[in-house]
Design a protein around this ligand. Structure first.
Ligand SMILES: [Zn+2]
Length: 399
């Protein structure tokens, strides 16, 4: 399948990908922090090759998405390809045996935070970009590098909004999350919320004179648990997920200061993973109804300034299986892998799919090593990814 002229060239390409990955790991791009140096680095590589690019930002202009394009040289009706990766990494905890922000190679594995999730993929695309730029491309190749995927996909929606404005709605998107180069074509959504309760503090001996934020939060949690049972009943027939229904989980309840004080503040962290969008809509509707018609009026009767506020931390929509997915078929035709799998982690895939872009999740490395101490990528995975990118080149040129 590999039609790069010699294996020598391939070694050179592979070494470049390792070098770039080493550089990328050196940028400490923990979610929520400034990632602009890494974006500058990527943009420079692509600009030197003649790519055009634009950036989109968060409100403080600290976190940046980059979208760069190597233009088609001989137009055809082939859909553009979007190679997509997130630039942020999860924080590091104690216990690393190497410096997490310095790439270290040991036993054919490259260690470092983000090595597999997912700077490995980004490094491969950047290493391959010079070859795309020299190819007589008959479709555009886009590079989409986002910020803050790990914290509920905050960057991608801003980028995709801009894509819509620029009329880039049709294409094939490969999201290089670590799947060991297997094809992932569906996952549940992941919606995270924090609900804040504000009541009225008072002495515990006169509960009728205060509004206990903790007690109202407890009733709210009960309602969530009740709705969780309803979600089970709503499980679609032939669901491809395990468990087959949408799930709901309470992550934490925080409130109160002492045994004898009525708590005026409490908050609840919770999340739901819908198998279909409608479940999330149903859940939120029922919950908001309970809040506004039952809990809040009761609280306000005693203390009019009481409040319940539901903050959306993130609503990562699910990624739906498409039996005739062009993106999956493209990967299958290049790797020979005809399997289709679902995963339990969330990605940006649903966001691209939502605007009509055929999307697949497929990338080097294993999710087993992601988010862990001593995260690594097996070097051979980078080679597999480079071969896939080479296959894409062959499918994107006349010669
Ligand atoms: Zn990831």
């Amino acid at each position: 399948m590999l039609n790069m002229s010699t294996e020598n060239n391939f070694d050179h390409l592979f070494n470049n990908s390792v070098e770039i990955l080493t550089d990328l790991i050196g940028f400490k791009t923990i979610s929520g922090e400034d990632n602009s140096s890494l974006i500058d680095y990527c943009d420079n590589i692509l600009k030197k090759l003649g790519a055009t690019s634009f950036r989109t930002y968060d409100d403080n202009k600290q976190r940046v998405n980059l979208f760069a394009t190597l233009k088609s040289k001989s137009p055809s009706n082939k859909k553009p390809i979007i190679l997509s990766g997130h630039t942020d990494v999860v924080p590091v905890s104690k216990g690393w045996t190497t410096d997490p922000f310095k790439a270290t190679i040991k036993n054919d594995k490259l260690y470092g935070r983000g090595s597999c999730d997912m700077k490995g993929f980004i490094a491969c695309t950047l290493a391959f970009a010079p070859i795309y730029s020299k190819t007589n491309l008959d479709r555009d190749i886009h590079f989409s590098f986002t910020f803050d995927e790990e914290t509920a996909c905050q960057g991608a929606p801003i980028l995709i909004e801009e894509l819509k404005k620029r009329d880039i709605k049709d294409g094939i998107c490969i999201i290089g999350e670590p799947t060991n180069m297997k094809i992932i074509d569906a996952h549940k959504g992941c919606y995270e919320y924090t609900t804040y309760f504000k009541g009225l503090a008072g002495h515990s001996s006169t509960p009728n004179k205060g509004v206990s934020a903790v007690e109202y939060a407890a009733r709210y949690v009960n309602k969530l648990i009740e709705l969780r049972e309803k979600l089970k009943e709503r499980a679609p027939q032939n669901s491809i997920f395990d468990p087959p229904h949408s799930t709901l989980s309470i992550g934490g309840i925080f409130g109160g200061i002492a045994h004898n004080v009525i708590a005026d503040k409490c908050h609840v962290n919770w999340e739901t993973r819908p198998v279909v969008k409608e479940d999330a809509e149903f859940l939120n509707k029922e919950l908001d109804k309970f809040t506004n018609e039952i809990l809040l009026p009761e609280m306000k009767k005693i203390f009019p300034n009481s409040s319940i506020e539901k903050d959306i931390i993130g609503e990562i929509i699910g990624f739906d299986r498409d039996d005739r997915s062009e993106a999956c078929e493209l990967i299958s035709s290049l790797t020979g892998d005809n399997s289709r799998q679902v995963v339990s982690f969330g990605t940006e895939a649903g966001l691209f799919q939502e605007v009509g872009i055929s999307t697949v999740v497929c990338g080097p490395g294993s999710i087993e090593q992601a988010h862990k101490i001593d995260e690594y990528i097996v070097l051979d995975e980078l080679k597999k990814c480079l071969r896939l990118l080479d296959g894409i080149k062959n499918k994107s040129s006349l010669n």
